[in-house]
Structure formats: C-alpha cells, structure tokens
Design a protein around this ligand. Sequence first.
Ligand code: ZN
Length: 385
Amino acid sequence: MIRIEPRAGTGRTRRGTSLHRKTAELATRDESQSVLSNTDIAELLAQQAERETGILSRAFRRAARSAFLWPAEVSDLIEQNRALTELRGVGPFIEKQIRNWMEKPPRRAKTVPAVRQDFISLAEARRRLARRPAWPKKLHGDLQMHSRWSDGSGTIAQMAHAAKERSYEYIGITDHSKTLKIAGGIDERALKAQGAEITEVNVAIRKSGLDLTVLRSIEMNLNPRGEGDMSPESLVNLDLVLGSFHSSLRATENQTERYLAALRNPNIHILGHPRGRIYNFRIGLKADWPRVFAEAARLDKAVEIDCYPDRQDLNVELLKFAREHGTRISLGTDAHHPWQLEFIDVGLAAALRARIPDDRILNFMPRGELQAWTQRLRDRNTSKT
Ligand SMILES: [Zn+2]
C-alpha cells in the first residue's frame, strides 16, 4: 500500500505525521494536473524504496534517481506505445509498477522530504526551455566535466567531440585534484601532462576548421578551511580554477566561514557545487547564503550550478539570493561521460527560473570575455602582493 497524502483540494487533507515532521509543503497543485510527471514518479519510486528491502529497495532507489535524467516524460512514452524499459534504471518489474501508477494515479504526496526537494527532471527542464528558445541559444559552453584523467570515461578528444556536436565554443576540463583519491585525482605532474594533451586536441580542432577551444581547468579539492591541494604555480597556466568541497559535507552547523574562506582563496575563480547536496542521499551544507553570495559578488567570483540531475546545486531557491546580489553564475554539467553534456539543460532551466540576468552567466560570455574575466581576477591578486 502506497502511503500518499490526499491532494490539496480533495477536502480530505490529513495533518502531516511524525514521519513528515521534518518535511516542507509541496506547492499546491492544480487538480487538472492528474498526469504524473517524471518528478512525481521519482517521488513515488523513492517512497516505494523506503517500503522495500534489499535488492528491490535499491532498484527503486536507483530508478528514482534516474527519473531525473530520463530524456522524455513517461506519459509521452506511453502515449507513443513505447516501452519504459528504454529508460535508465527501469526493468520490467519497475515498468509494471510505473504503468500501474500511470493508470491509476495515487494521490500525490503532500510533502516531500527535504533531501528530495527542489529537483526538476531533465524532461521538465526541456519543456521550460522550449518555451523560451532564445535562452539556451545564449550558451557558449560547459565549465565542469571530467575525463579519463580522473574519474570520467571519455578522453579529452571524446569530450571535445561531444561539445562540437552541441556547437559549443568552449568546454572546461575539470578533472579532480590529487587529494580526492577516490575519484582518481591528479597531481601537478599529471596536470601538466594533461595540459600538453589539451594543446594537441586544440591544434587538431583548429586544423579541422572548427571554432571550439578546450579550456584547461581543474576541480580543485578544498579542505573545510577553504584551502586547495595544488601548488599555486601549477594553477597559473590554467584558464579557470574551480574549487569544491568534498569532505565534511554532513556537518549540521552553519558553514558560512568555510565558504567565505574558499571565495577569498586567491587561486579560485568558481565555487563548484556549493551545497554539496545529492538527491535522496545528502541534504548539503547550511550557510548564510546571502552573505556568501554578497562576498562572491564583491570579489567578482562565480558560484556554480552543478547541472548533474541528482545534484542541481545551486538550486533555484538559493539562486534567487545570488540574483539579488548580482553574483556571477557558472554552469557545469559535471559530466563523467560524453553523453552527459546534455545535463546542461537542467542548469539552464534553473537559471531561467531564478531569473538570473544573462550578463551574470559565465557560459553566456564568448571565450575571449571569459578569459578576460579570469585575467582580471589574477591581475588583482598580483597587484596586491
Ligand atoms: Zn565535485
């Protein structure tokens, strides 16, 4: 039996139970929206996972997470008589369950736990962008992705090829840095060797007459004091430096100080996946976000929308604070495979929903302007010393 609260407007609304005490209200939905969206299905799958155990629980959990990256709405696939097993994470058993829900939609959950809130599906992101086609056209590139140098599956040439297919002007290769051993982080020597490979790839691209540049970058691991793990000399030849936290991400105290320290770190240009949240796994860190974004704006640094569907970090609610402070925003898919460059739509839709002005989005700048921005940040540091 699926435990779902009655929909608003049915006149049978129950009070939240202790299970839901820590959850927030979902926006009231219109009765006419009876068709389940992929986001609704994700929530049903996640709830089902909580009722199951063992393999089944894991399968539902995986499917819930995957629902955010399904390229089309389940309702459209059904209408087109297509099998749902073509969707990632969906086998025959889960397909049957989803079809049952679609035929007889359970009442929607009135509340969604905070760890699953404020995520939109790739299918929904695309619907939103389709209504504003001029917005995605402003995009020039993607500023976070991983290659085989760390934990990605593609070579730099393969990532560049995928970017070419999307008519990008640039991509930033941001492999992990040395202390993130679990993700195959690279040291200064490997970073230098990677730079040589990037130069070769760029030469080959130019020879073929294309206007695409692979930018040298890194996702530098930051400790909770906001310090990076790479020598500053190894970073000066990079086009961009992204800094991200990967440790102490379950701290419950206010983390404002670590963010301020990271932003003040002279080697960092962009703060990657700021909250450190992951769908249905980790809620992310707390901070005085208006203060963090104000400091980023003062320093002219950028904060990221990690567009990976189970991260969506920053999320729309926090992006609104960033907009108020005029903070620069960077879009990065955090792709670990060439096909994942398509996740950029999730970030584009979030920036659109938060009404971020186009001149605040790094990826809307042509390459020359982007490089001039990092140069200005660097010149400021040297003029200080
Ligand atoms: Zn990361």
